[in-house]
Write a new protein. Structure first.
Length: 330
């Protein structure tokens, strides 16, 4: 698979599937061939829009001309969908969160290694050039030893997301849907995994978390506080505080630049804006990374290894345990 066009299929035909379909079509040497949905009319409409074929899950997974499948279903279905696809020997890109819990995540990883299939979590912010640049600045000591971090990530969810977010039957709530972004980005920036110190939330009438705040302790030690909500205009910003400076990344899902402030004595002496250009559709970078890995014959991406995806699901398990929030189907 060294130089060939990477051919894609998609399971699921919702909003996120459309963004990924656009990204596949924008990425060079990638081609979208088919979509499948448990609702045939949705698959038909999606296929007509992108000039591809509509399939059932089973017919898509048995096609020999599809190199990799993107799982775009709601996350309560990710484990079942992934395990079925791996049974058919399909390489996978799985929309975030990887699964509902760590046990499901580990089952996918074990099956992927047994079948020698490539699997990658599609948490698109991890693959942005700006995020990779930020990680490099931190590792090079641009702000010295990081000692604290703060992340806010919240807004009022669009109407087409709200039914899913409020529904415990599909693992709704803010922690799995939005809280994973701050956790995963902090793990990437710091190159470390945390323990959960504390967590609390405000529940909706349906029993899922609407506003969640938690504190993480990374080795160092580094203390991080995260606030997230799908129903408050919290905005989005990650700030890392080091003993030699501060790095602030505002609008980390929308812009390519972040602010670096370096300290001399007790004052900020040097302030500048740095970063790297991201594609307008940020999903393009995860498409390109999956294609790069497939052409190299890799089983996982070094940007977010499978063990890290499992470890992050363990962190989210710990947060939900402290709220507490558990879904009836778990």
């Amino acid at each position: 698979m060294t130089d060939q066009t990477i051919r894609w299929g998609i399971l699921g035909a919702g909003v996120i599937a459309h963004k990924m379909a656009d990204a596949i079509n924008l990425a060079s040497d990638n081609q979208l061939l088919a979509v499948a949905s448990r609702t045939p009319s949705k698959a038909d409409a999606f296929a007509a829009e992108y000039d591809i074929t509509a399939e059932t899950y089973e017919s898509l997974l048995t096609r020999d001309d599809i190199d990799v499948v993107y799982i775009a279903t709601t996350h309560n279905f990710h484990a079942d969908n992934a395990l079925l696809a791996l049974e058919h020997g399909k390489n996978l890109v799985i929309e975030k969160p990887f699964t509902v819990n760590a046990a499901e995540a580990q089952a996918i990883v074990d099956k992927a290694r047994a079948t020698k299939c490539f699997v990658m979590e599609a948490i698109w912010t991890r693959f942005l050039p700006s995020m990779l640049s930020l990680k490099e600045h931190i590792s090079e000591g641009a702000i010295g030893q990081v000692k604290a971090a703060h992340v806010t990530f919240g807004g009022i969810a669009p109407d087409h997301y709200r039914g899913r977010l409020y529904d415990p039957a599909v693992a709704g709530g803010v922690t799995l849907d939005m809280g994973i972004y701050p956790v995963s980005m902090l793990c990437a920036a710091l190159g470390k995994l945390p323990e959960v110190v504390s967590a609390q939330c405000v529940f909706t009438d349906t029993g899922v978390d609407e506003i969640t705040s938690f504190q993480l302790r990374f080795p160092g030690p580094i203390l991080a506080t995260v606030n997230t909500s799908f129903n408050l205009m919290l905005g989005q910003e990650m700030t890392l505080y080091g003993d030699a400076g501060t790095l602030s990344y505002e609008n980390f899902q929308g812009q390519s630049e972040y602010t670096l402030k370096q300290i001399e004595g007790r004052e900020y002496a040097h302030t500048g804006t740095v970063g790297a250009e991201n594609a307008e559709n940020g999903f393009v970078h995860q498409v390109e990374e999956a294609a790069r890995c497939l052409r190299k014959g890799l089983g996982e991406s070094p940007i977010i290894p499978l063990e890290e995806s499992v470890a992050i699901m363990k962190v989210l398990d710990q947060i939900r345990a402290k709220l507490p929030l558990r879904y009836d189907f778990e």
